[in-house]
Design a protein around this ligand. Structure first.
Ligand code: ATP
Length: 325
């Protein structure tokens, strides 16, 4: 497939309140689309409809312009789907589990063994091939569940909250793996209610809220459209706070907050010598670097300068939503 389009899908489970309403977005081959929204926004419903597991009340999902519902059996062969829960069998070995699915998809012994070995290697599970699933860590189990969705070489991968519960290292590994899968031409839709999980690795983003689309487009366009021109940074100062406030006010004029360095401290922002300043910094990262240099040259003791929010979080803030973590 080249492009999958969700065209004005509306679906209600109770016939009263729509779980998704007039939702439209698309995914191109080789792209990662982040489907973001708070709990209950309609992400899982959208993914199930995309997977042809549920028929929308109205609207359609098309593959290269053709409605998928009449040909759903064939389309399902071309989709990898990870829904709520991993669907792992705890008593199987990692390799046995993948081989089982490879056989379900009709691969012969030789092809199945090759595919299983490839997937175990891609998902960094080769050393655990003969380990029982119940003995794997959460991150490994999650990787195995995703590996299973790729056994049959799908063209579209639909993953419902795949990063849920993974630690930062697990999330980074997952991103790298999915980026690699997308680079081979697979279109990927990943849902999450946590913006930070998906920032920096998806190509396009669809933000949904109460079943309705708020924003859709390539990440860069969305960021430009919502004029995320100023990024919130936190400057931690152990000496020279007033000097730092003066410099940052003169340059940026947008100090959001002055806070104590630690929770136990109480400070008066007008007189304190140490503290944290939250400031909206204009433009690219190198602008922050220039400010840092100026602070240091003015003898301000800066112990850290950290970006507080990701670009997508700033987009979300600028459309006035706060339900996404
Ligand atoms: N099988 C179902 N029967 C009845 N209502 C449902 C069903 N599945 C979802 N809903 C309702 O549809 C709406 C959208 O739910 P959905 O699971 O698609 O959202 P979500 O964004 O995936 O949420 P979460 O992040 O909590 O998984 C919610 O109001 C939910 O209660």
């Amino acid at each position: 497939m080249k492009q999958v389009r969700v065209e004005k899908i509306t679906h209600s489970y109770d016939g009263v309140r729509p779980a998704v309403a007039e939702l439209s977005f698309h995914i191109n081959a080789g792209e990662v689309l982040a489907l973001i929204g708070p709990n209950g926004a309609g992400k899982s419903t959208s993914l199930r409809i995309l997977a042809t597991l549920q028929r929308p009340d109205s609207g359609e999902v098309t593959w290269d312009g053709r409605d998928t519902w009449p040909v759903r059996q064939a389309v399902r062969q071309r989709i990898g789907f990870l829904g709520d829960g991993t669907g792992l069998y705890p008593n199987m070995t990692a390799a046995g589990y993948l081989r089982f699915f490879a056989e379900c998809y009709g691969l012969d012994d030789g092809a199945a063994n090759t595919r299983v070995a490839e997937l175990l290697a891609t998902f960094k599970l080769s050393s655990k091939a003969e380990a029982r699933i119940s003995d794997l860590s959460k991150g490994m189990r999650q990787r195995l569940a995703i590996a299973r969705t790729l056994v049959h070489g799908p063209e579209l991968l639909l993953l419902d909250e795949p990063a849920d519960g993974l630690d930062p290292l697990g999330r980074r590994q997952l991103r790298e793996i999915l980026r690699g899968v997308a680079n081979e031409g697979v279109g990927i839709v990943v849902s999450s209610h946590i913006l930070r999980e998906l920032d920096g690795f998806c190509d396009a983003v669809a933000l949904i809220q109460k079943g309705a689309l708020q924003v859709f487009g390539p990440v860069e366009e969305v960021i430009d459209k919502y004029e995320v021109a100023r990024r919130v940074h936190e400057v931690s100062v152990t000496k020279g706070l007033q000097q730092a406030i003066a410099i940052l006010s003169a340059h940026e004029g947008l100090i959001e907050e002055v806070l104590p360095l630690t929770r136990d401290e109480q400070i008066d922002p007008a007189t304190a010598d140490r503290g944290k300043i939250r400031v909206r910094v204009r433009g690219a990262e190198n602008h922050a670097a220039k400010l840092l240099k100026e602070l240091v040259l003015a003898d301000v003791e800066v112990i850290a300068l950290t970006r507080m929010r990701s670009d997508l979080e700033d987009v979300y803030q600028s459309i006035g939503r706060d339900e996404v973590a």
